[in-house]
Design a protein around this ligand. Structure first.
Ligand code: TPP
Ligand code: MG
Length: 620
C-alpha cells in the first residue's frame, strides 16, 4: 500500500500511463496545464509540486483556462491523438472557463483530460466561495455543465472511486471512436485527502490505440458499390491524419484514379500538387471539387464527419441516387447519408478497400488548370491601397517552409484558406473548423508548437479573435515557446460582415468603429486600437508591415527569430475573393420590413430547393 492524497495518486497514476500504436510507445499524458485557485492549489497543485523537479509531470502555467484547453487540443491534434495533456482548474469560474474548450475538443474528436475542481464533498465548510447552490439539488455543481460536453464524466466524491474513474477516463481518451473531452471533477477536500492505494494502481500501463479492421461482409458491400461507380469522389477528413493514413490514401487514389477532395480537418491528406488532389469540397471548397461532387454517383468519405460546410448544407451532392461509402472508426459518422458503413481505422480500411477493388479504375476526368490560375491571381492581386487578405495568405503559403504549420479557426480566413491553401506537407494546415472558435488561434498554436518544436508555427489571427483571446502570448513568452503570429487587422468582422450583407442584414453590428452620434450606429471612424503595441506589451517582438513585399520579408525575419514574433498587417475587408460555387445554409427572415432582407430571402428560397434532407441511400 502507498499512502498518498487523491491528487498525489492522480498525478502518479497519470505519469505512468502510455499509449501505443504500431508498436510505438509514448507517454499518454506528458504534461499538465493549469491555473491554481483555492480549489486546486493545495490539492492537485501540491501534488504537482512534489514531482516538479522529477520531470514526471511537467507543469505549464496558462493565462486563461479556455486557452489552456485550446492549447491541449492543438497539442493532441498535432500528435495525431496519440497523446493528450491534462488541464487543472480551480472551482467555479476557473472550471467553467474550460467549458468552451471542452466543447471544442469533443466536437473535433480530440482527446483532452480536464480536471475541474469541485465543491467540498463533506459540505462542512459550504457554501464555499464560488459554489452555485442549487435549491433543487445540493449535489449539483457548475461542473455538471461538463456532462453534455464530455465523452466521459465522473466526479470523485470519495478516494475509493478514483481508480475506476481513472481507468474509464484513459479508455475514452485512447478510444479513436469515442475520444474527446474527458472530465474528472475533483472536490477540493477530496483532492487533499489521504488514502492507502494498492501499488498496482501506479504500475506502468500501456493503452493500445486500436486500428479496427473492416468486417469482411461490410468490405464486400463497400467494394461492390465502388466497383459500380462511374463518377466517384473521395472526401478526405481529419481521420486520415489521425490514423496516419496519408500514404494509404495516396496508394488508394493512384490505384483507382479516384479524385480526392478534402475537408478543413483533412487538408493535406493528399498534397495539393498531386494530380488527383481536387481541393476542398463544399461551401468553402474549390469549384473543381464541387463540380465533381455535384455529379458524383459514389462518394467515399474517409474519416469525415460531413459537417454542413463539407456537404454545402446538403446541396453539394446533386446526382439522383448518389451513394455513400463511409470509412470511419466512429459508427456515428459511418452511418451518415445512409452510407454503406465501413467501420474501421482509415489506414486499415483504405488498404483493405484497395485490395478488394483491385483492377477497378474510375472513368472520371476533370481539369484544374483554370482554378489554379484563379488561385494564383488571388495570391497576387496587387489590391490597393490596402492589400487583400488572399494576398496575405498567398505570401505566407509561398514563403513558409513545407514543414511550417499555419493555424486558424474563425472569421473570414478559414474559408479563404480552405479554398486557396496549397498544403505541401500533411501537417502544414491546422484550421480548427469543427467548433470554429475565436480565440483558438494563439492558444492552439502554443500547443501545436509544444507538440512539434522542430516546426515553425504561423498563427493567423483576426482582430476579432485577437481581442477575444491573446492571453496565451504571455504563456508562450514565459515558457520560451516560440510562435509566429500574423495579426490581420481589418477593423471588425470581415466574415460576418460579408455574410450579413449577403443575407440582407447590411453588415449591421460587424464593424469595430466609434458610435456615430448622427446615425446612432457603429459607423464612425476607425478605433485607435493598436494590436501590435498590445502584442508587444505582452512580450512579443513586433514587426509592422504595410505592403505584401514588406510582409514577405517579415515572414523570413520572424522565421529566423528565436522569440515569439507578431507581424501586424492591415487588409481591406472588402477585397474580392474567388467563388467556391457552393452554398451554406444560414436562414434569412421569412418576413421583413427591410427590402434588403426581402431580396435575400428570395435568393435563399432558390438555394433551399437544392437542399436534400436525405442525400444518399437511393438506388439509381
Ligand atoms: C467565440 C466565438 N464567438 C463568435 C463567433 C462568431 N464569429 C465567427 S467569425 C466572427 C468574426 C471574427 O472576426 P475576426 O477575427 O476579426 O476575423 P475576420 O472576420 O475579420 O476575418 C465571429 C464573431 C465565433 N466563431 N466564435
Ligand atoms: Mg477582423
Amino acid at each position: 500500500m502507498t499512502r498518498l492524497t487523491v491528487a498525489q495518486a492522480l498525478v502518479k497514476f497519470l505519469a505512468n500511463q502510455y499509449s501505443e500504436r504500431d508498436g510505438v510507445e509514448q507517454r499518454l499524458i506528458p504534461g499538465t496545464f493549469g491555473i491554481f485557485g483555492h480549489g486546486n492549489v493545495a490539492g492537485v497543485g501540491q501534488a504537482l509540486l512534489e514531482v516538479a523537479d522529477s520531470g514526471e509531470m511537467p507543469y505549464h502555467l496558462a493565462r486563461n483556462e479556455q486557452g489552456m484547453v485550446h492549447a491541449a487540443v492543438g497539442f493532441s491534434r498535432m500528435r495525431n491523438r496519440l497523446q493528450a495533456l491534462a488541464c487543472t482548474a480551480s472551482i467555479g469560474p476557473g472550471s467553467t472557463n474550460m467549458l468552451t474548450g471542452a466543447a471544442l475538443a469533443t466536437t473535433n474528436r480530440i482527446p483532452v483530460l480536464l480536471l475541474p475542481s469541485d465543491v467540498f464533498a463533506t459540505r462542512v465548510a459550504g457554501p464555499v466561495l464560488q459554489e452555485l447552490e442549487q435549491p433543487y439539488g445540493y449535489d449539483v455543481s457548475v461542473n455538471d455543465a461538463f456532462r453534455p460536453l464530455s465523452k466521459f464524466f465522473d466526479r470523485v466524491w470519495r478516494p475509493e472511486q478514483l481508480p475506476a474513474a481513472l481507468l474509464g477516463a484513459m479508455r475514452v481518451l485512447t478510444d479513436p471512436a469515442e475520444t474527446g473531452a474527458v472530465t474528472i471533477a475533483l472536490p477540493q477536500d477530496v483532492q487533499a485527502e489521504a488514502f492507502d492505494w494498492p501499488e498496482e494502481l501506479f504500475a506502468k500501463r500501456v493503452w493500445h490505440i486500436a486500428r479496427p479492421v473492416p468486417e469482411p461482409a461490410a468490405l464486400e458491400r463497400a467494394a461492390a458499390i465502388i466497383r459500380s461507380a462511374q463518377r466517384p469522389l473521395l472526401v478526405a477528413g481529419g481521420g486520415v491524419h489521425y490514423s496516419e493514413a496519408t500514404e494509404a490514401l495516396r496508394a488508394f487514389a493512384e490505384a483507382t484514379g479516384i479524385p480526392v477532395g478534402d475537408t478543413q480537418a483533412g487538408k493535406g491528406a493528399l498534397l495539393w500538387d498531386h494530380p488527383q488532389a481536387v481541393g476542398g469540397v463544399g461551401a468553402t471548397g474549390s469549384p473543381v471539387a464541387n463540380a465533381l461532387a455535384r455529379e458524383a454517383d459514389v462518394v467515399i468519405g474517409v474519416g469525415t464527419r460531413y459537417s454542413d460546410f463539407t456537404t454545402a448544407s446538403r446541396t453539394a451532392f446533386q446526382r439522383p441516387g448518389v451513394q455513400f461509402v463511409n470509412l470511419n472508426v466512429a459508427a456515428l459518422d459511418a452511418a451518415k447519408h445512409a452510407g454503406a458503413m465501413l467501420v474501421a481505422d482509415a489506414r486499415e480500411g483504405l488498404d483493405a478497400l484497395r485490395a478488394a477493388i483491385d483492377g477497378y479504375h474510375a472513368p472520371v476526368t476533370w481539369d484544374a488548370t483554370d482554378w489554379n490560375r484563379v488561385v494564383d491571381e488571388a495570391f497576387h492581386l496587387g489590391h490597393q491601397p490596402l492589400p487583400a487578405q488572399t494576398e496575405v495568405l498567398g505570401a505566407l503559403n509561398e514563403e513558409m517552409d513545407a514543414r511550417d504549420v499555419v493555424v486558424q479557426a474563425a472569421g473570414s480566413m478559414p474559408g479563404d484558406l480552405q479554398m486557396l491553401w496549397r498544403a505541401r506537407d500533411a501537417k502544414q494546415y491546422h484550421v480548427e473548423y469543427a467548433y470554429s472558435c475565436m480565440g483558438y488561434e494563439i492558444a492552439g498554436a502554443l500547443g501545436i508548437k509544444m507538440a512539434a518544436p522542430d516546426r515553425e508555427v504561423f498563427s493567423l489571427v483576426g482582430d476579432g479573435s485577437y481581442l477575444m483571446m491573446s492571453s496565451e502570448i504571455v504563456t508562450a513568452v514565459s515558457e520560451g515557446i516560440k510562435l509566429n503570429l500574423v495579426i490581420v487587422q481589418n477593423h471588425g468582422f470581415a466574415s460576418i460582415g460579408a455574410l450579413s450583407e449577403s443575407l440582407g442584414s447590411q453588415r449591421f453590428g460587424t464593424n469595430y468603429r466609434y458610435r456615430d452620434p448622427a446615425t446612432g450606429m457603429l459607423s464612425g471612424d476607425k478605433l485607435p486600437v493598436d494590436l501590435a503595441a498590445n502584442a508587444e506589451s505582452l512580450g512579443a517582438k513586433v514587426i509592422r508591415v504595410k505592403t505584401i513585399e514588406e510582409f514577405r520579408a517579415a515572414i523570413a525575419t520572424a522565421r529566423a527569430s528565436d522569440v515569439t514574433t507578431a507581424i501586424h498587417i492591415e487588409t481591406d475587408p472588402l477585397a474580392p475573393v474567388p467563388s467556391s460555387e457552393s452554398w451554406w445554409d444560414v436562414p434569412v427572415s421569412e418576413v421583413a420590413a427591410l427590402d434588403s432582407t426581402q431580396q435575400a430571402r428570395k435568393a435563399y428560397e432558390v438555394h433551399k430547393r437544392d437542399q436534400k434532407p436525405l442525400i444518399g441511400g437511393t438506388q439509381p
